[in-house]
Design a protein around this ligand. Structure first.
Ligand SMILES: [Ca+2]
Ligand SMILES: [Ca+2]
Length: 379
């Protein structure tokens, strides 16, 4: 059994290296020391899911096993996670929303994860509402009850993300009953997250013709546009004091890049390969760029102190792996937090500041599975 896994790993590792080399050849930020094998040897033990260099993480536990599990975000009481899962082999053809509980010692509850979306259409980006008895997430089910088609690769075969215009944001209880529809405008509305104070929501919408951030009250009223520059503005989270936002942006500058961006957006697609992190006040003032790293810098989340940001990036490799990094708000002191050789992303601190949830391809038996992990944060 072990031999088989080792063989599969060798094959996967060598093909990953080929992809990595061909993609990083054109990236000035590529790191020649990013080979996969070294990192695997850094694991603390054969059973461990933690790598030796991951000094900010301890007591790490794997919470899902198989399929594609991502965007796991904490409840306000720090005892549960809401996340999205697709697992065609397990009968989940496209992303649906699940919740699962975290025991007091940071291990998975014996109660298995349970679905809270209604099983229709595709869903994305869920977040607990204050009180932890309802969640918000985006769903395409009003457009069609089937899973929407996944787009083929874009220009020159490059990776693209679909911007499904059927996405509207809904609030449901934990049994899958839709209680409220919070958006009702043509175009994409998704990626809702809440302020830690539980008084505001931020989301991404194409209602003005570009991908922009908007805030609103928790019933969907008082919509306010935060960003208005050309490029992908999305995936926003509030600072611990609720006064700032951090998000990912693309800023196409050349005529050629602007045309490419607009042409893709007209087809409801976006290329997520060139993104940097921005912060700004919730009223849209004092917007500034935090990273200038190159590659894809995304999935940002504020450190509980409010003076640093954790995020996922491939600036160091130009392709794979993606790892979680930490950086000061002024762009200094870049620190690598995770060291898996494939994919680490979606870091989120529990509201009590004790734990980090994230999604990773580590320990997946050399499959393509992405799973949810929870670790204690070590300062
Ligand atoms: Ca809409
Ligand atoms: Ca924009």
């Amino acid at each position: 059994m072990k031999l088989n896994i080792a063989c599969v790993f060798a094959i996967v590792a060598s093909s990953a290296l080929i992809i990595g080399c061909s993609e990083s050849a054109s990236n000035p930020h590529s790191n020649p020391h990013s080979g996969g094998g070294d990192r695997e040897e850094n694991k603390l033990s054969e059973d461990s899911v933690t790598y030796e260099k991951e000094v900010h993480l301890s007591n790490m536990h794997q919470f899902t096993f198989g399929g594609d599990n991502a965007e796991a975000y904490w409840s306000f009481d720090s005892n549960s996670l809401v996340f999205q899962t697709s697992n065609p082999k397990g009968g989940i053809q496209c992303d649906q929303i699940f919740v699962m509980d975290v025991d007091a010692d940071g291990t998975p509850s014996e109660t298995p994860p349970r679905r809270v979306s209604n099983g229709l259409g595709r869903t994305t980006c869920a977040y607990y509402m204050p009180g932890d008895t309802t969640v918000v997430f985006a769903s395409t089910h009003l457009g069609s009850e089937e899973c929407p088609p996944v787009p083929e690769r874009g220009v020159e075969g490059r990776y693209v993300w679909p911007i499904y215009t059927d996405f509207e944001i809904f609030e449901t209880d934990l049994e899958g009953n839709v209680l409220n529809q919070l958006t009702d405008r043509p175009g994409y509305d998704a990626e809702a997250t809440l302020s830690p104070q539980g008084d505001k929501m931020v989301f991404t919408s194409t209602r003005t013709g570009d991908l922009e951030l908007f805030t609103c009250d928790l019933d969907g009223s008082n919509v306010f546009q935060v960003t208005n520059e050309l490029g992908y503005d999305g995936g926003a989270f509030f600072s611990p004091d609720g006064e700032w936002l951090v998000w990912r942006s693309s800023r196409p500058k050349t005529e050629e890049d602007i045309k490419k961006y607009k042409d893709l957006l007209a087809k409801d697609l976006v290329e997520p390969t060139d993104m940097e992190l921005f912060i700004g006040r919730v009223d849209g003032t004092e917007i500034r760029q935090v990273t200038q790293l190159g590659g894809a810098n995304w999935a940002p989340y504020f450190h509980p102190d409010g003076d640093k940001i954790l995020f996922s990036s491939n600036h160091h490799t130009g392709g794979f792996p993606f790892n979680i990094f930490m950086i000061n708000l002024d762009g200094t002191e870049l620190t690598q937090v995770t060291f898996d050789n494939a994919f680490d992303s979606f870091p989120m601190f529990s509201p009590d500041g004790k734990r980090l949830a994230f999604s990773s391809n580590r320990n997946n038996g050399r499959t393509r599975s992405t799973n949810v992990f929870v670790a204690n944060w070590v300062e």
